[in-house]
Write a protein of this length. Structure first.
Length: 271
């Protein structure tokens, strides 16, 4: 039987927070266990919460077994005064705030002991996310299991051995969906420059990315390298394109620089 915290407060019910809340309830978290706190909840969230009988912004919430922080990192400073009274010494704090370290969180939530930093991504909205997490030493095995269950129900899950790795996780998977969307836009733009209509170019680019991703999903034992080789005939059209993408200053170099910029920005958000 899945272990859930007896009571869970989600602070921040935007795109990511809302996606996780939906996933938790779909995965079996009792609606009575969940409370949403958001100063300006969207109409969509209010309707969702009402339909599932989930409390939103109650007047005097009690300290929960677990509190999940899904606000924007820059909002932590302003929100901390309202959040801190909710955190008891035995409350698990699960944070998905990019760049905000355990030390940052404890400086603003003085009673926090068990703190888990995690980074999911937006495909969590359809149960196809992927996340990784790091737990402070004070986190109990039961609390670690809560975190794993809360994150695994919306996609793949991994523990990492160092807190510093979370910034790299943020750069690869946390921000990664945007890279895939940007690639799709770039492919469509290339199609237009080669003479296709905008509508056809986007349809081809989008369908190709969706199909390629589904191939990887359905065949997890086959590496992306092998799948790439299956498409590439020696001396053919794909090989000609890959010669450009795999040049010394090509796609891999660009991706390394992009991910390093994301990682460095995550580090800048600390404090």
């Amino acid at each position: 039987m899945t272990q859930w915290p007896e009571s869970l407060i989600l602070v921040g019910a935007g795109k990511m927070g809302g996606a996780m809340a939906r996933g938790w309830l779909a995965g079996g978290l009792p609606a009575a266990s969940l409370t949403l706190i958001d100063p300006q909840p969207s109409e969509e969230i209010v309707t969702f919460a009402s339909s599932r009988k989930v409390a939103v912004n109650p007047a005097n919430p009690r300290s929960p077994a677990a509190i999940a922080l899904a606000i924007k990192p820059q909002a932590l400073e302003g929100a901390a005064a309202a959040i801190a009274p909710l955190v008891a010494e035995n409350t698990l704090v699960l944070s998905i705030l990019a760049g905000k370290t355990i030390a940052d969180l404890r400086s603003r939530l003085p009673r926090s002991r068990a703190v888990v930093r995690a980074m999911p991504n937006t495909p969590a909205a359809i149960g196809r996310g992927v996340s990784a997490a790091f737990a402070s030493p004070e986190t109990t095995p039961e609390q670690r299991q809560w975190c794993e269950n809360l994150l695994r129900v919306v996609g793949g899950f991994h523990w990492v051995d160092s807190e510093g790795a979370i910034d790299a996780v943020t750069a690869i998977s946390g921000s990664g969906p945007a890279y895939v969307f940007a690639l799709t836009e770039a492919m469509a733009a290339a199609g237009e420059r080669l003479g296709l209509s905008a509508e056809l170019a986007m349809s081809l680019a989008r369908g190709t990315v969706e199909g390629a991703a589904e191939l990887m999903h359905r065949d997890p034992e086959t590496t992306p390298e092998t799948l790439r080789r299956h498409v590439t005939s020696p001396g053919g059209t794909t090989a000609a394109a890959l010669a450009v993408l795999q040049s010394p200053k090509g796609l891999e170099d660009l991706m390394v620089r992009a991910c390093a910029a994301a990682r460095d920005r995550a580090a800048e958000l600390a404090g």
